[in-house]
Design a protein around this ligand. Structure first.
Ligand code: ADE
Ligand code: ZN
Length: 344
């Protein structure tokens, strides 16, 4: 008989080996305190923390807003092209260490342009790292520009018009920041504009906000994926629609617990989402703040719900299905996943 700890370590090894696709990662949320301190020193900036330990201790959140306050404050150390490069490169090294083979990365231009950092600087630094990641690590990647929903829709439109000068650097647009009281419908025009430019469309909805915001993201913004979306279970008609239309949800389990969307991992509705036949994917959101990258997220849900190999493999396949990639690349991602699943 295999002991429980043996079975547990086997699952951990399986999760590690499983080729993974990440679809919900904010690059500013991958800023580890060590790099934050290094960049603050490099740029002659003060931080509100005495030490790395003190920074980590401050990451004790009550809700989304209490996290966003520290997240935007942390992002202020990102000033030069090299800073954005180093941030993205550090994330890609984590991807390589965790067998992530494709990643779609959010960035928040307004968090930088609002402080006088040019979009050119942000995008040059990140895309230089992504090109190195493709070449040296074999990780394919794409960027998605997110609008900050706590700022006026008109500013989102201005940001998008400026970003069109760099359109070859990003494949789509998203919507993030404080959800409650900032429904998707306000951003209808800028999403329509992005759509007319051939952009892929996603939005955070149903993280803290109600199921009605998920409907609004689908109907008013015409998004192709929902980021988070966990509150969909409050509306059975919505769940049926997400299932029938195969609208993927990019779920971020550790984030949801750290931001108190659920009291504990055992109370997360991931099993309900999976049982409902939704295209659920597992992602890390802001790993430097929430205590884990994609592998730790898979591990946390495996442990909480005793998921088996078939279920874990399905989560990875769902992400390959939901990725904004060519049919060739999708076939390759699925083959890589199946190779590992079949060999174990
Ligand atoms: N920006 C970074 N992380 C976010 C999250 N989890 N929700 C909304 N906006 C975000
Ligand atoms: Zn997010």
């Amino acid at each position: 008989m295999i002991s429980e700890s043996r079975a547990g370590s086997d699952m951990q090894a399986f999760i590690h080996a499983l080729p993974k696709v990440e679809l919900h990662l904010h690059i500013e949320g991958a800023l580890e305190p060590e790099l934050m301190f290094r960049l603050a020193r490099r740029n002659g900036l003060d931080l509100p923390y005495e030490s790395i330990e003190q920074a980590r201790a401050a990451y004790d959140f009550q809700d989304l807003q209490s996290f966003l306050d520290l997240y935007y404050q942390g992002a202020r150390v990102l000033v030069q092209e090299q800073d954005f490069h180093d941030l993205a490169w550090a994330y890609l090294e984590r991807c390589a260490a965790q067998n992530v083979i494709h990643t779609e990365i959010f960035f928040d231009p307004q968090a930088h342009t609002g402080r006088g950092v040019d979009l050119d600087v942000v995008l040059s630094g990140i895309t230089r790292a992504l090109a190195e990641g493709e070449r040296r690590l074999g990780i394919s990647s794409a960027l998605i520009l997110c609008f900050l929903r706590h700022l006026p829709p008109q500013e989102a439109m201005e940001t998008f018009e400026q970003a069109l000068d760099f359109r070859k650097y990003f494949i789509g647009v998203g919507l993030d920041s404080a959800e409650q009281g900032n429904p998707p419908a306000g951003f209808r025009d800028v999403f329509a504009r992005a759509r007319s430019e051939g952009m892929r469309l996603v939005a955070h909805a149903g993280e803290e906000g109600p199921a009605a915001y998920i409907w609004s993201a689908l109907r008013d913004l015409r998004v192709e994926r929902i980021d988070h979306g966990v509150r969909c279970t409050e509306d059975p008609e919505l769940v049926a629609h997400l299932r029938d239309a195969r609208i993927p949800l990019t779920v971020c389990p550790l984030s949801n617990v750290r931001l108190k969307v659920f009291d504990a991992m055992s109370g997360h509705n991931l099993p309900r989402l999976m049982e409902a036949g939704l295209v659920v994917t597992i992602n890390s959101d802001d790993p430097a703040y929430f205590g884990g990258y994609i592998e730790e997220n898979y591990h946390a849900v495996q442990q909480a719900f005793d998921l088996g190999r078939d279920e874990l493999a399905q989560l990875a396949r769902n992400a390959a299905e939901a990725a904004f990639v060519s049919s060739n690349r999708r076939r390759y991602l699925l083959e890589r996943i199946n190779e590992v699943v079949d060999s174990r």
